[in-house]
Design a protein around this ligand. Structure first.
Ligand code: GDG
Length: 522
């Protein structure tokens, strides 16, 4: 066996970038200074918009369709960013309308073009969905009991990744692209396929992994893990949410390819067949200014009060708020157990504190999710039956998306946010809640099993697997003096202001550029 060669990392890619606060303007200026008139091309599995079917029959040519926005961290974060920098976006089409759309939203400086792919072979698309959602999603969230993929599904996964690559290759022929930025576990093989198609040089290809990278034993359940890892190493630049996930990824590469002289691993770099792949941790953030402004907007606040009225909640009631797609990784059942322990241990709260749960349905055509969503509804019913008093009951569950204009004031009005994920790459809701707490003492109760908890050390951390202790922590924190709560929020709010979404993008773009320069100097 050849001993691994020592490899030298690029100091320009040091994790300790000089501190600076990025904003929308500085990130788009940075993009332009690095890439000139060349564009950013983003690819995600899901599209960032839902096109509303026209109610007036066929919509006339050129009419702009009515759009809604799905609940989802990846697509909504990138949507906000591309409205600053412009660019192209490739994703699978999931609502009616044309095969490409120009997305521009008044008040934003740029617009982007959305290219909407459709998979012609429905069987291949089903396999792709199964491999992604029934195998990768549960295993990367350390839930092997929920795996439902079938042998052979990988063929569909490969086919759809190839379709993305084909389409991206066509766009890169027509438009001058500065960076390709591919996202998440559904698209690990796009760089590999692009390299197979390319006849000339490609722009740098970056990839961001939004979900956790699990402990090693969970990868063992994926027969194709080696192909997936090699696929990831076909990118030029890999980003993870936290140092822990980056380290676990590198450990997976080191284990899987131990003994191979083709692949060398160091803390922020992998060298594969002489090609250098930068591997970094870049925790995603939110746009705190936007949530703060929305939370203070009188019109939004009035709409939020109307929303509460509509759901039978009085204007002065104390609330805990939870906002998540109804996915098993978000710990809905654990949350209800915590509430149960809370009322059992501290009955003085009965009639005085409610949980408002905004829970838009997700993947609800899927049997695992149908079963889980049924269980959540049953548990909500049981909790409400157990603790109801007169016409009061403890859980209000709203199974639809609520616009951010209403959501941000709701965050502000709630005494606490309850984040109970059993495993979560980052969790943006935690950061949005803090952004809405200007001068307020709302408490973030944050599951320790989120990427956010790895950075927001001052938050009130809870373990969703230990409902009794979590209930006691909630009880204690709610009684804390306002000065303690606002003091804690001040520290947390400074952190989310610094590590905002623009900082995330700015440091990734800077890193990709440094990687490219290094290649040219070689
Ligand atoms: C994945 C990873 C990682 C939710 N309900 C509504 C609504 N939302 C918005 C929230 C937030 C987003 O969806 C959810 O983001 P999360 O980060 O909490 O969760 P995932 O969707 O699972 O995201 C996650 C993220 O990618 C980014 O890297 O943090 O770990 O799993 O922005 O506000 N938005 C609206 N109405 C709703 O009812 N408008």
């Amino acid at each position: 066996m050849t001993p691994p060669k020592p490899i030298k990392e690029n100091p320009a890619l040091s994790p300790r970038e000089p501190p600076r606060t990025w904003n929308a303007l500085s990130v788009s200026e940075r993009f332009r200074s690095l890439y000139g008139s060349r564009k950013l091309l983003v690819a995600t599995h899901r599209e960032p918009v839902i096109v509303q079917p026209s109610t007036k029959g066929a919509s006339p040519e050129g009419d702009s369709p009515k759009l809604r926005y799905p609940a989802g961290g990846v697509s909504q974060s990138l949507h906000r960013l591309l409205l600053q920098t412009g660019g192209d976006w490739v994703s699978l089409q999931s609502s009616p309308g044309p095969s490409s759309l120009d997305i521009s939203i008044p008040g934003n400086p740029a617009s982007y073009t959305l290219f909407r792919l459709s998979v012609e072979n429905p069987y291949r698309e089903e396999e792709y969905q199964r491999f992604s959602n029934d195998l990768l999603w549960p295993l990367f969230h350390e839930e092997p009991g929920r795996v439902g993929s079938r042998p052979g599904d990988f063929l569909g996964y490969e086919a759809v990744n190839r379709l993305f690559a084909d389409h991206i290759a066509r766009i890169t022929h027509r438009h001058e692209i500065g960076v390709l930025w591919i996202h998440d576990y559904q698209l690990t093989l796009v760089a590999k396929e692009l390299r197979a198609l390319a006849s000339g040089p490609l722009p740098p290809i970056a990839f961001f992994w939004h979900i956790p990278w699990p402990r090693q034993e969970f990868l063992a359940h994926i027969p194709e893990r080696r192909t997936l890892l090699e696929g990831l190493l076909d990118y030029d630049f890999l980003g993870f949410q936290t140092a822990l996930y980056r380290e676990r990824f590198l450990e997976s590469v080191a284990r899987e390819f131990s003994g191979s002289s083709r692949i060398n691993v160091s803390p922020r770099l992998v060298v594969k067949d002489g090609r250098r792949i930068h591997v970094g941790d870049y925790p995603i953030g939110v746009d705190p200014g936007r949530f703060e402004t929305l939370s203070l907007d009188p019109k939004g606040q009035a709409e939020a009060r109307a929303f509460l009225r509509e759901h039978g909640i009085g204007p002065k009631e104390r609330l805990l708020i939870s906002v998540d797609r109804m996915d098993y990784t978000k710990g809905f059942l654990k949350r209800l157990q915590i509430l149960d322990s809370f009322f059992r241990s501290f009955p003085e709260w009965i009639g005085k504190l409610r949980l408002l749960q905004i829970a838009p349905l997700t993947r609800s055509d899927h049997p695992t999710y149908q079963g889980y969503q049924r269980k959540v509804r049953d548990a909500v019913r049981t909790t409400n039956d157990r603790w109801k008093a007169d016409d009061w009951f403890p859980v209000v569950s709203v199974e639809r998306t609520v616009d951010h204009r209403i959501l941000a004031p709701l965050y502000r009005m709630a005494s606490g946010a309850l984040v109970t994920s059993t495993n979560d790459g980052m969790n943006l809701v935690a950061k949005e809640y803090l952004a809405a707490q200007k001068d307020e003492g709302g408490i973030l109760f944050l599951s320790r099993f989120t990427g956010a908890a790895q950075g927001l050390r001052e938050a009130v951390l809870i373990d969703p697997y230990d409902p009794q202790t979590a209930a006691a922590i909630i009880h204690r924190a709610l009684a804390e003096p306002l000065s303690i709560r606002t003091g804690r929020n001040k520290i947390l709010r400074e952190q989310i202001s610094r590590n905002n979404i623009f900082q995330w993008m700015g440091s990734i773009l800077t890193g990709v550029h440094a990687t490219e320069q290094e290649k040219q100097e070689e």
